[in-house]
Design a protein around this ligand. Structure first.
Ligand code: NAP
Length: 325
């Protein structure tokens, strides 16, 4: 028997239950991992609230963790019992002492990266990898807009952008968060709770606006983001922290300057073991070089995941948050 967080219905943090469960034996291509640390992500709150739907109820929760391989399926050759591993692309169920998942979703952890660090950086860091390296493909010297720059994904993006010579303008919800994003490498910050973002972006870019805008806030910032993209530029809408963007009229892309829009997800980029490994190698390289440091600003016992989710959706967190089994 082991312990895990599960949900039997959608709702607020109160629907998270701390229960006993018996994990299955791994299937032929699966691995059972004993989690040492688990990553808290905004997507976990979407599966809880019902914005995204788990395949079945009751359901485990959480997509990201790091730990030690405890059992492997008969067809698994890349991993052995005792390997230190991490994962970020589900399936749901990371909020548990044990997690059974496809071997293709795992990467081995280099010795230099601890379990807590890995759980704090896998999902968010791989996301920044595909956002900046695969979607952005910057040469250096560009000025981009990145919303929620002091958050989990944002804290890594500030550092990564600086490391590749990209000037990141980060939006933030308070002066303390502005200071935080600046210290991590944001070129400039805009407090979107009190400043006019479009006007500030025009000032900071000499009227040119940004070739790429990264928007994970969603509903509240969609229109602002469109007005910050340079002609023929790209709006990357990759999250729904304030609610989903719906009912988009494509004509607006023509009116605002022949814009491009993409709505990517990590699983769509890390969709094969070799692609996942290549992305992880780049992320681990950034960590090992010291160009990106993992900011674990909050830790909660796994049993108190509801409190952790409340802090995240209440905009009380900065950097990464981990849950400890
Ligand atoms: N598509 C993908 O592949 C992918 C992968 C990972 C994450 N994401 C998305 O990236 C975003 C960041 O994820 P994260 O886990 O690192 O979270 P996070 O950035 O640590 O937390 C979300 C932040 O969004 C800001 N925010 C703005 N409006 C908000 C509202 N109405 N309610 C709550 N927060 C609001 C808050 O910062 P301020 O107080 O500074 O405004 C808050 O701290 C999420 O939208 C997530 O879904 C997408």
């Amino acid at each position: 028997m082991a312990k895990r967080i599960q949900i039997s219905r959608h709702g607020g943090p109160e629907v998270l239950e701390w229960v006993d469960y018996r994990p299955s034996e791994p299937g032929p291509r699966e691995v059972r991992v004993r989690n040492r640390a688990i990553g808290l992500n905004f997507i976990d709150t979407y599966f809880r609230s019902g914005l995204y739907a788990p395949a079945q109820m009751p359901s485990g929760l959480g997509c990201e963790g790091a730990g030690v391989v405890e059992a492997v399926g008969s067809e698994v050759s890349r991993f052995r019992v005792g390997d230190r591993v991490a994962y970020a692309t589900g399936p749901l169920g990371a909020y548990g002492e044990l997690h059974v998942l496809p071997a293709d979703h795992l990467v081995k952890l280099p010795e230099s990266i601890g379990f807590e660090e890995a759980a704090a950086v896998m999902l968010k860091g791989l996301t920044v990898q595909y956002l900046l390296s695969q979607i952005g493909r910057f040469g250096g010297g560009e000025t981009i807009l990145f919303h929620a720059a002091a958050g989990g994904v944002g804290s890594i993006a500030c550092q990564w952008a600086k490391a590749i010579g990209v000037r990141l303008i980060g939006t933030v919800g308070s002066p303390a968060k502005a200071e935080r994003a600046k210290a991590l490498g944001a070129w400039e910050t805009i407090d979107y709770s009190r400043e006019n973002v479009v006007q500030r972006v025009l000032e900071l870019t000499d009227g040119k606006k940004c070739p790429v805008v990264y928007d994970s806030v969603g509903k509240d910032t969609w229109d602002i983001s469109l007005d910050c993209v340079a002609p023929r530029g790209l709006l990357v809408s990759f999250g729904n922290a304030s609610g989903p963007v719906t009912g988009v009229n494509l004509a607006v892309l023509a009116q605002k300057g022949s814009l491009f829009v993409t709505r990517p997800v990590l699983a769509g980029y890390a969709d094969a073991p070799e692609r996942l490994q290549a992305m992880a190698d780049e992320l681990f390289g950034m960590l090992e070089s010291g160009k990106v440091k993992v900011e674990i600003d909050q830790k909660f016992p796994l049993a108190e995941a509801a409190k952790a989710q409340e802090a995240l959706t209440g905009r009380k967190t900065t950097g990464s948050t981990i849950l400890l089994p």
